[in-house]
Design a binder for this molecule. Structure first.
Ligand SMILES: C[S@@+](CC[C@H](N)C(=O)[O-])C[C@H]1O[C@@H](n2cnc3c(N)ncnc32)[C@H](O)[C@@H]1O
Length: 472
């Protein structure tokens, strides 16, 4: 068939370059040469950018065009003409349909190379920066079984419940996941036991349409250093009587189960959080230790999900902060205070600022439990709390910031400069907003010295980066 000819299905066939923008339904042959932020393969047809789910750089693929916009299109793989040398067989049977992992089909060294490249591209393209040194990405020694927390949805009918993760792009479909390769065997055993109990006792499952039924989510956690496990069952009502036996059978099957909690979410919002907590068994928290500091983690607490890589990330933060014991440190977006508490040992005083009251309570409690008396945690939005702190005369020698994906609020960034920090350590989970904020901080008299990508989330496209800036 000639280039551009109509095939039997009515779509045109394209091979190679030099073509007009393809139309929806066309079949094209595409060389994939890059990976987009979300993990899709990227190919170009005479400069026209196509995103292809499931394709990896180095693949030559035949693609059915599913979307054709003015500036880019999307396609679905029809066949792989030549697989990339970096393509591997995904070990998980749910890969491709599960919305959890996006990159299992890409060899781990290639995942790392692309993440590093994305950091480089973002800093070059978006920040307009004096190029800081980009250090080689720190990969994980074990790119599987690294997650210390997994949240599974419970759906289906009482006789045939499904416990698992959402299908990719389908928030209404839950796949029944027997084992997840991102969590440990202990967590997989707990998942199997919850499923068995729900099935055998015919426990009712929440139906979002009728808003009837009990079970909604189960969140599993395992503290890697202490070995303690936590199961948090999210249900629509405080039915302790029905769920009590589940807690007993979980402990019998996995003796490391130190905490089983029932969280009540009676609202329509489909979130694994609630307003009311009941301890079904054991304590209301488990304990994890990071670099000699014990963290009490309760059902609603934020904690870094990859313990091993978090320790390496925090080591980078500590090196970047370069503390001697005399410094005042301000830790913005401090969460449950992990960075604040680790730095407090080498600082004169640490101020942590965080929006979520429960996280601030965790941080305060963890400081006390570890005998740390030189840390103050303040609750509120950075853009509101930081000006108060500055007005009180607080200045920082070192400022640390670990904002959410959106990065700094512009108002927060403008007050940030008033802290007069000599050094800034910026921890980012989004290289695009990092680049934007580094560009802004450069305008405010800071010089980005180096950035260190750390792979916290193997098999997924997520990227974590630490950047160090000095006052110019
Ligand atoms: C990436 S987490 C930080 C985690 C923390 N550094 C740790 O390792 O535990 C970002 C935190 O910023 C908080 N946050 C989001 N928006 C905020 C705001 N406007 N002001 C203060 N904190 C905010 C979130 O609640 C979350 O705890």
């Amino acid at each position: 068939m000639a280039v551009g000819e109509i095939d039997a299905s009515g779509g045109r066939q394209y091979h190679g370059v030099g073509m007009a923008k393809p139309r929806r339904g066309d079949t094209i042959e595409l060389q994939i040469d890059d990976l987009a932020f979300g993990g899709d393969g990227v190919g170009r047809l005479d400069g026209y950018v196509m995103f292809v789910r499931g394709a990896v750089p180095g693949d030559l693929v035949r693609v059915r065009v599913t979307e054709s916009r003015a500036r880019y299109g999307r396609g679905a793989i029809v066949s792989i003409v030549h697989p990339s040398a970096d393509r591997v067989d995904a070990p998980c049977p749910y890969f491709g349909s599960c919305g959890g992992c996006r990159l299992q089909h890409l060899a781990y060294p290639a995942q790392l190379a692309f993440k590093e490249k994305q950091v480089r591209d973002c800093l070059a393209r978006l920040g307009g920066l004096d190029a800081p040194e980009i250090r080689p990405i720190m990969g994980a020694a074990d790119p599987y079984a690294y997650r210390n927390k997994m949240e599974f949805t419970i759906a289906g009918s009482p006789g045939a419940p499904t416990l698992g993760l959402h299908q990719a792009e389908r928030y209404d479909v839950v796949l029944d996941i027997e084992r997840c390769l991102l969590q440990s065997e202990t967590m997989n055993t707990l998942l199997a036991e919850v499923r068995r109990d729900v099935r055998e006792r015919g426990l009712s499952v929440y139906d979002p349409d009728s808003e009837q039924g009990l079970l909604r989510f189960v969140t599993l956690r395992e503290a890697r250093r202490s070995g303690e496990a936590m199961v948090n069952v999210v249900a629509s009502s405080p039915d302790v009587e029905t769920l009590g036996p589940l807690a007993v059978s979980l402990r019998a099957r996995v003796p490391a189960t130190a905490s089983v909690v029932l969280t009540v979410n009676s609202k329509k919002a489909s979130v694994a959080a609630g307003t009311e907590e009941h301890v079904l068994l054991g304590r209301e928290h488990i304990t994890e230790s990071l670099d000699g500091i014990a963290f009490e983690i309760s059902a609603g607490s934020f904690f870094q999900t990859n313990t091993v890589q978090a320790e390496r990330l925090f080591q980078v933060v500590r090196d970047a902060a370069g503390l001697t014991g005399a410094e005042t440190v301000v830790d913005l977006y401090c969460g449950t205070g992990a960075i604040s508490l680790l730095l407090a040992r080498q600082a004169r005083w640490v101020y942590g600022i965080e929006l979520i009251p429960a996280a601030v309570a965790d941080a305060t409690r963890n400081a006390r439990a570890n005998g740390i008396t030189n840390a103050t945690f303040l609750c509120g939005e950075v853009r509101h709390v930081l000006p108060d702190l500055v007005r009180q005369g607080v200045r920082a020698d070192v400022a640390v910031a670990d904002p959410p994906r959106a990065g700094f609020h512009p108002k927060a960034l403008s007050v940030f400069a008033a802290l007069e920090a000599r050094r800034i350590v910026y921890v980012s989970c989004n290289p695009a907003t990092l680049a934007r904020d580094l560009g802004d901080l450069t305008q405010r008299g800071y010089r980005p010295e180096w950035v260190q990508p750390v792979d916290m989330f193997p098999q997924t496209p997520h990227i974590e980066v630490v950047a160090r800036l000095a006052r110019a």
